[in-house]
Design a protein around this ligand. Structure first.
Ligand code: ZN
Length: 219
């Protein structure tokens, strides 16, 4: 796959890009004002979500990507985003509690991350779902979702399947300015299963999502 050959080069380029743009002077007090982002790794515990032919589970892949976002936010972006996860372990969290966290924190952005699967094993690519309550939430969610999707396509070569309305509880109950559910690819498609299970690819995905959030917020 094209994305596998270019991954290291792209990560290096992104690293250089941010190295020259990051301010290293931010103190802890400033960080209290930083935007709050809730990342919701889908499924967990007794709910594995989708699964690759080799038995690698969606719940583990999305949690790994979320953890990589935390690490990269710290190492590359001086914690310019305040990231919270709806789960930090392999546990099943009720859908209402995932949105409750975003509400309680008054999160600016809520992103639920998932991997897809289909009976048709050739189905591939990323989907962005929104379920806006207002025009402002619709435009913010659309912009953020499309920025991430474009980043994954342009930088990592992942096919785009577009933006859709998805009546998901985690979106329906959500008051965050931008609220999206991402399907990062299909575990039923052999190339994407390998790619999504690979730690380097997971870091690249995490970096693209962070980079898109920062672009969206104009930081
Ligand atoms: Zn899922």
């Amino acid at each position: 796959m094209i994305m596998m050959y270019t991954l290291n080069q792209m990560l290096f380029a992104l690293f250089c890009l941010f190295f020259f743009n990051i301010s290293f002077t931010q103190n802890e007090k400033d960080q209290e004002k930083n935007p709050i982002i809730v990342i919701d790794p889908g499924h967990g515990g007794k709910d594995p979500g989708a699964m690759t032919a080799q038995g690698i589970k969606e719940k583990d892949i999305v949690l790994a990507i979320a953890f990589k976002m935390i690490v990269l936010n710290d190492t590359l972006f001086e914690n310019s985003l305040r990231l919270f996860l709806t789960r930090y372990t392999d546990t099943l969290i009720a859908l209402r509690d995932r949105t409750l966290l975003a509400k309680t924190l008054k999160a600016d952005i809520f992103i639920s991350i998932h991997c897809n699967q289909a009976i048709n094993t050739t189905a591939a690519g990323t989907d962005v779902f929104i379920y806006p309550k207002s025009e402002a939430q619709a435009s913010a969610s659309t912009y953020l979702g499309l920025t991430i999707q474009k980043g994954l396509a342009d930088i990592l070569g992942v096919k785009k399947r577009g933006l859709k309305y998805g009546n998901f509880q985690v979106l329906r109950d959500n008051d965050s300015n931008a609220s999206i559910l991402l399907e990062l690819g299909f575990l039923s498609q052999s190339d994407e299963a390998i790619y999504l299970s690979n730690e380097e690819s997971q870091s690249a995905i995490a970096l693209v999502i962070l980079q898109s959030i920062i672009k969206f917020l104009g930081l």
